[in-house]
Design a protein around this ligand. Structure first.
Ligand code: UD1
Ligand code: CA
Length: 453
C-alpha cells in the first residue's frame, strides 16, 4: 500500500466560539501540541505524503503556526464556511494533481488513530471508492448516522435530517473519510445542491457514490477517533484520553509509573526503560530521559536531557537546556536552567543553577545560587570537576571555580577561583563574650519601660 500516493486534506476553517478564546480552536493544545498538529502527525504516520490544510479567511495565525507543525503542508483558504464538502473543494488544486488516496480529516478531531487511517486506505486499495470510518456510541446525538442496506453503506444522514427511526441508529460517522482520488472531484462536485442546513455536506458523497454503484464501505474504529473538540471540557477529555494512552505506552516500554494517572507527558517526551517516575510529575515539551533514571515526586521538567541513572527531585524544576549527565543528582527545591550537570555531580537542595556548567563529581551545597542575570544580560558560571561549593553561596557570574576549588559556605564569589584553591567571600566572624546576655537585659528593660509609660 505504501506505493499508493496519498493526499490528506485537513479541514480547519471552522471557528466555533464555544472555546471562548482569542486562539483559533484547532491551535488549542493537547499534550502541548496544537490539536491540528496531532491530526497532521496521524496522517504522516499513515503514510500520507502530501498535506493540504484548509483554513478560514484571514487565518494568519493558523498559517504561521502551520509553518511549524506542518512546514510541507499547502494551505488553502475557504473564503466562506459553506460546509465540509465546500471546504474539501477549497483544496481542488491539490486534489487535481491526482492521487490514489484522498483522506479527509477534521482539525478538531485530534485523537485520530493512524491505524484507522491505514485501515481506510486499505479498503481503497481493495477497490472501494468511498470509505467512512464509523464508530458506535450509546449517545449518537449530533453525529451523522450511517445508513446501511443489506450490509452496504448507502448514505450518511446528518442528525437534523434524520427520521425518528434513523435517529436510533448508533453507528455514526466519525468524520474521517477516504475517497479514491480518481473519483473524488466528480463526486464532490455533485454535492453542489444545498441541503437542509444550507451547507454542502461532505457526507452526501456517500449517497451519491452508492447510487452510482460504486463500492462504499464503512470501517469501524473506537470512539476516540471521532472525538471532536468544541469546548474546553472536551479539550480536557481529549487530553485525558491522550495521557492515558501515553502512560500505557510508557509502561509497556519498561517505564515504572507508580501512580500513572498523576504523571503528565508531553507529545514529544522520550523516556527510557527502567526509569521510575514517582507520583505527580509533569513533563513539558522537549524532555529526553535515558534509562534507569529516578524522577521523584512533584517534579516539573521541560526541555531537559537526563542521562542514565540520574536522580531528580522530589520537587525539582528542570527548565530548558538542563542537561544532566550520567548519575547526576538534582534534588529537592532545585531549579536548573541552561546548564550542564556533569557525571555524578550533585545539586541536592534549594539551589538555582542557571547558565552554568558543573564539572563531574562537584558538590553544590544547599542554597547555592548562580547569579546569572544583572537585569540586562545573562552570564556564565563554570564550576570545575570535583569542586565543593559551601552552602548558601552566591556565585556572581561571569565567574569560574577551578577543578577541586573549595568555596566556604555563605560566600559571595565575584572573582574566579583557581584549581584547588579555597575561597572565602564573607565577613569574618566576631564573638563577644557575655555580650548576648547583656543585650537581652537591655532589651527587656526597655520593653518594660515602654509598657509602664
Ligand atoms: C461532522 C459530520 C458528521 C460527523 C461529525 C463527526 C458533515 C456534514 N458532518 O459534523 O457526519 O458525525 O462531523 O464529528 O461532515 N469545516 C470547515 N469548513 C466548513 C465546515 C466545516 O473547514 O465550511 C470543518 C470544521 O472546522 C470541522 C469539520 O469541518 O473541523 C467538521 O465540521 P463541523 O461543523 O464540526 O461538523 P459536524 O456538525 O460536527
Ligand atoms: Ca464537529
Amino acid at each position: 500500500m505504501s506505493q499508493r500516493s496519498c493526499l490528506s486534506i485537513i479541514l480547519a476553517a471552522g471557528e466555533g466560539t464555544r472555546m471562548k478564546s482569542a486562539v483559533p480552536k484547532v491551535l488549542h493544545t493537547i499534550a502541548g501540541l496544537p490539536m491540528v498538529a496531532h491530526v497532521v502527525k496521524a496522517a504522516e504516520a499513515a503514510g500520507s505524503g502530501e498535506l493540504a490544510l484548509v483554513i478560514g479567511h484571514g487565518a494568519d495565525e493558523m498559517r504561521k503556526a502551520a509553518l511549524k507543525f506542518a512546514p510541507k503542508a499547502e494551505a488553502f483558504v475557504q473564503e466562506k464556511r459553506l460546509g465540509t464538502a465546500h471546504a474539501v473543494l477549497a483544496a481542488r488544486a491539490a486534489i487535481s494533481k491526482g492521487y490514489d488516496d484522498i483522506l479527509v480529516m477534521f482539525g478538531d478531531t485530534p485523537l485520530i488513530d493512524p491505524e484507522a487511517l491505514a485501515a481506510a486506505r486499505l479498503k481503497l486499495a481493495e477497490g472501494a471508492a468511498v470509505v467512512v470510518v464509523g464508530f458506535r456510541t450509546e449517545n449518537p446525538s449530533g453525529y451523522g448516522r450511517l445508513i446501511e442496506k443489506a450490509g452496504k453503506l448507502v448514505a450518511i444522514r446528518e442528525e437534523k435530517d434524520c427520521s425518528d427511526e434513523e435517529k436510533k441508529i448508533t453507528f455514526c460517522n466519525g468524520g474521517l473519510m477516504a475517497v479514491a482520488g480518481r473519483h473524488a472531484l466528480k463526486l464532490l462536485d455533485e454535492v453542489g445542491s444545498k441541503n437542509a442546513k444550507g451547507e454542502y455536506y461532505l457526507t452526501d458523497i456517500v449517497g451519491i457514490a452508492a447510487a452510482q454503484g460504486f463500492d462504499v464501505v464503512a470501517t469501524e474504529a473506537s470512539f476516540e477517533n471521532a472525538l471532536g473538540i468544541n469546548n474546553r471540557a472536551e479539550l480536557a477529555q481529549a487530553e485525558g484520553i491522550w495521557q492515558a494512552r501515553r502512560r500505557r505506552e510508557a509502561m509497556r516500554s519498561g517505564v515504572t509509573l507508580i501512580a500513572p494517572e498523576t504523571v503528565f507527558f508531553s507529545h514529544d517526551t522520550e523516556i527510557g526503560a527502567d526509569t521510575i517516575v514517582e507520583p505527580n510529575v509533569w513533563f513539558g515539551p522537549g524532555v529526553k530521559i535515558a534509562t534507569g533514571a529516578k524522577i521523584h515526586a512533584f517534579s516539573h521538567i521541560e526541555g531537559a536531557t537526563i542521562a542514565s541513572n540520574c536522580d531528580v527531585g522530589p520537587f525539582a524544576r528542570l527548565r530548558p537546556g538542563a542537561d544532566l549527565r550520567n548519575k547526576a543528582k538534582v534534588g529537592n527545591f532545585c531549579e536548573v536552567k541552561q546548564a550542564i550537570v556533569e557525571e555524578g555531580a550533585k545539586v541536592n537542595h534549594l539551589t538555582y543553577i542557571g547558565d552554568a556548567r558543573i564539572g563531574a563529581g562537584a558538590n553544590i551545597g544547599a542554597g547555592t545560587i548562580t547569579c546569572n542575570y544583572d537585569g540586562y544580560s545573562k552570564f556564565f558560571t563554570d564550576i570545575g570537576e570535583g569542586a565543593f561549593i559551601g552552602s548558601n553561596s552566591s556565585l556572581v557570574a561571569p565567574v569560574s571555580i577551578g577543578k577541586g576549588g573549595y568555596i566556604a559556605s555563605g560566600s559571595v564569589i565575584t572573582e574566579s577561583v583557581p584549581d584547588d584553591a579555597l575561597a572565602f567571600g564573607r565577613a569574618r566572624q566576631r564573638t563577644l563574650a557575655g555580650k548576648g546576655k547583656e543585650l537581652r537585659e537591655r532589651f527587656s528593660q526597655a520593653a518594660a519601660a515602654r509598657k509602664k509609660g
